[in-house]
Design a protein around this ligand. Structure first.
Ligand code: C5P
Length: 310
């Protein structure tokens, strides 16, 4: 059909949790969260293109850690395409090509970024006419971090993380991420957090006033001091060497934190020069697989290009 779209390419950002407060376990097994997300400039690219009718969904993955990403129904991007097709009441005949820059199972919501990108790209490819609210709703059904990947910027996440409110934030922050050679399973990290807390009282998570104040004034030094992650002890308990990695940034960074459920370690630094110095010293340490620089906040899923049929 001339004029119809053949392919759409979008990019979707990674996230770091500036603060992650974990509350009690809910009846559905999820933990109540209060988190402050920031989207950072590590991007996966998702290209969706029409498959021949009847072929169904196919997925291919290239780039960082590609061999660890499933290309079947377990892939959240596959599930995202299925959801959009069901809402649009059409048959899901689409190829999803993912190019990964975001580490896999690294605590930076790479799978969620791919799902958010696929939601937007399929919605466009199939001209499904879904509202922003409708897409947000589908995102929340797919996973706790998918709604934020759509949204981007800096935002407060509540509920299981899927309820997003934009945060008043100023400034542009420089990050260095120390990547591990093996991922950590998010459910296992939450389970370890529960185990470590057994028999102890823990306070209900709240929006951290000092961190919000730092964001409001764009004060990187104050932000560095306010970084906090309730999952950090659990991630370190499962992967003790993370303590060594956190230590490597003590002198150079304004703050160091395990990103989400880990094992990526995020360092907030004052400027690009320090970012470079830290990247070099992390690489030389032998404790990390790779060290990458990024800045935040960046927008959520963005359309890069579209190709129409001749
Ligand atoms: O929602 P998502 O699929 O990203 O969550 C992955 C896993 O992380 C869940 O199955 C659950 O074990 C854990 N989780 C949780 N509480 C949250 C978010 C995630 O326990 N708020």
């Amino acid at each position: 059909m001339p004029g119809h779209l053949e392919s759409i390419r979008v990019c979707a950002p990674a996230k770091v949790n500036l603060a992650l407060g974990v509350g009690g376990v809910r009846p559905d097994g999820y933990h109540e969260l209060v988190t402050i997300f920031q989207a950072v400039s590590l991007f996966d690219t998702v290209t969706v293109s029409a498959n021949k009718p009847g072929v169904g969904i196919t997925v291919s993955v290239q780039g960082r850690d590609a061999k660890h990403v499933p290309t079947d129904k377990r892939n959240l991007a596959w599930q995202a395409a299925e959801l959009v097709a069901a809402e649009a009441e059409i048959s899901a005949d689409v190829h999803i090509a993912i190019h990964k820059e975001i580490p896999v199972a690294g605590g930076m919501a790479g799978g969620s970024a791919d799902a958010a990108g696929t939601l937007v790209a399929c919605e466009q490819l199939w001209r499904a006419n879904l509202s922003k609210e409708h897409l947000n709703d589908l995102a929340a059904r797919l996973g706790s971090d998918v709604a934020f990947a759509l949204h981007g910027g800096t935002a407060v996440g509540t509920g299981r993380g899927e309820r997003i409110t934009p945060a008043m934030a100023r400034g542009n922050y420089q990050w260095v991420f120390a990547l591990a050679d093996r991922g950590l399973s998010t459910p296992k990290v939450y389970a370890e957090c529960d185990r470590l807390r057994l028999g102890r009282r823990h306070s209900e998570p709240m929006v951290p006033a000092d961190l919000m104040e730092a964001l409001l004034t764009g004060d990187a030094v104050k932000l560095g001091r306010a970084l906090h992650n309730d999952l950090q002890a659990a991630a370190v308990s499962l992967r003790p060497e993370l303590d060594l990695v956190l230590d490597l940034g003590r002198d150079l960074a304004l703050g160091a934190i395990v990103s989400g459920s880990g094992p990526t370690v995020a360092f907030l630094v004052a400027d690009e020069e320090t970012a470079l110095d830290l990247t070099v010293s992390l690489a030389a340490s032998g404790f990390t697989k790779d060290a990458v620089r990024a800045h935040g906040p960046v927008p959520g899923v963005r359309m890069l290009d579209a190709a129409a049929a001749p």
